[in-house]
Every structure is written in C-alpha cells, then in structure tokens.
Design a protein around this ligand. Structure first.
Ligand SMILES: Nc1ncnc2c1ncn2[C@@H]1O[C@H](COP(=O)(O)OP(=O)(O)O)[C@@H](O)[C@H]1O
Ligand SMILES: [Mg+2]
Length: 238
C-alpha cells in the first residue's frame, strides 16, 4: 500500500496541474511509483475513446509507466468548462464519491503513490451537499496547497489554509508557483507566506519551467512519513 496526497489550490488556473505534475516527477526521481488523479474534470473533449480532459492527460503523462487506465485517473469527465456541479447538471448526472473512490482504490491497489489534484479552489461545489474538499476529508488525504503567486495570493492562501484546518484536514506543506512573471515583490510575498502559513514550503516553481525540469525544486521531506509506513498515517484507518 502506498500513500497519497491531495493537491489543493488557491484558485482555479493557478498551477495545480503544473505543480501536481512536478510533484509526480519529483516522486519518480526519488524512486517511487506514482500516479496522478483528477477525480472530477469539467471541460472535456470527446474522442473515440470517450471524454478526455487536458489536466488528466497531463497527470497521466507524468505518471510512472505502465500508465494506468484513463478511467481510473479521471472517473468523472464532464463536457462543459464550468464549476463541476453545473457541468454535471448540464450532463444530467449527479457527482457522488463512490465512483471516484473506486478509481483511487484501483490506483493504490497497483502500489502507486497517488497525487490527487483537486477541483478549482478548496470549496468548489460538486453536487448539492457535496464540496470538492470532501474528497480530501473523506479519504483522509494530507493536503498540499499550491499558491499561485500573484497579487491577492496572500489572502487566498490564508483563507484556504483556514478552511483546510476547519474541515479537519492536515496541511502538509505548500508550493509557490510563479504563475505571473510580472508579479512584484515576490521574495517579500514568499517571506510573508512562510511566516503566516502553518506548514512548510516544499518549493517555489519558476515561471515557464517544465514540470520534469522543475522537479528538483521540490523538497519531499514533509512527505517522508507517507512513504515509510504501510500507507500514510492518514490512510491507515481506511
Ligand atoms: N510555473 C508556470 N509557468 C508558466 N506557466 C504556468 C506555470 N504554472 C501554470 N502555468 C500555466 O497556467 C495555466 C494554468 O495552470 P494549471 O496548472 O492548469 O492550473 P490549475 O490546475 O490550477 O487550473 C496553464 O496554461 C499552465 O500551463
Ligand atoms: Mg488543473
């Protein structure tokens, strides 16, 4: 049995997929068999094999070979590029956790460390009464918060950290992502994040650097406990 983490973001479009792919490359470089997962994806294209999503394909490409089946990596693929609860309503389906869990369990049964990418920000609705945060909470996944470095990110990062704690989840660490190459006072903002966020920085990803090249920027020390036990501490009760 292997561990798993949930990659949350301060917002949509701030580099969750980029950071999750970088994390997968870092895990593989450290000798782990790792796979990405995008439980719910909205904004999918129809192909001969079914609906496909860019994030899920990027995570799949960054995963250890042999690559798992698409349906395990992305159990729910929705056409419309909307909040998942709206995209699901447009498709006439209701998102529930069990099909997502089946994909997750299949990936873990293959002995893989699973990097689960969240959907949008922490509190994005998946269905009536179901928020994306419930995936991390119900599956007891430690959380890595990707902070998209741009004006406003301090507030978004602190709000996210509070919400993660309020939901009873453990923030393992955070990754700074240079999404805006024109951002001013980056080092000062990073120093503020280091001071105010209640978990260590695992690394800062430069703008325009590919995930495989950026992997060396990540420090996996905060994840060590997830590798040494049979399953992560958070997952042992499952
Ligand atoms: N460090 C970076 N440098 C350059 N482009 C980036 C970086 N991080 C993300 N991007 C780009 O920004 C967009 C959003 O990133 P993505 O990882 O898809 O965000 P999210 O998964 O949070 O929606 C994508 O086009 C991605 O290629
Ligand atoms: Mg993404």
């Amino acid at each position: 049995m292997s561990g798993a983490v949930f990659v949350a973001g301060t917002d949509t479009g701030i580099g969750k997929t980029h950071a999750a792919c970088t994390l997968l490359h870092a895990l593989r470089a450290a000798g782990h068999t790792a796979s990405g997962m995008k439980p719910v994806a909205s904004g999918c294209q129809e192909t001969a094999e079914g609906w496909r999503n860019e994030d899920a394909l990027a995570l799949l490409a960054a995963s250890s070979p042999p690559r798992p089946p698409y349906a395990q990596v992305n159990p729910v693929a929705l056409r419309d590029p909307l909040s998942p609860h709206l995209a699901a309503a447009h498709a006439g389906v209701t998102i529930t956790l069990p099909p997502l869990r089946a994909g997750f369990d299949a990936l873990r049964a293959g002995g893989r460390f699973v990097v689960v990418e969240g959907v949008g920000g922490w509190l994005v609705p998946l269905a009536p009464g179901l928020l994306a945060s419930e995936i991390a909470r119900a599956w007891k996944l430690p959380v890595i918060l990707v902070v998209g470095l741009r004006l406003g990110c301090l507030n978004h990062a602190l709000l996210s950290a509070r919400a993660i704690a309020a939901d009873g989840c453990r923030l393992l660490g955070w990754i700074g992502n240079r999404i805006d190459p024109a951002m001013e006072a980056v080092e000062e903002n990073l120093a503020t994040l280091r001071e105010l966020l209640p978990a260590p920085c695992l690394g800062v990803l430069a703008h325009g650097e590919a995930p495989d090249a950026a992997a060396a920027r990540l420090d996996l020390a905060a994840l060590a406990a997830l590798f040494t036990t049979p399953g992560s501490p958070g997952l042992s009760e499952l």
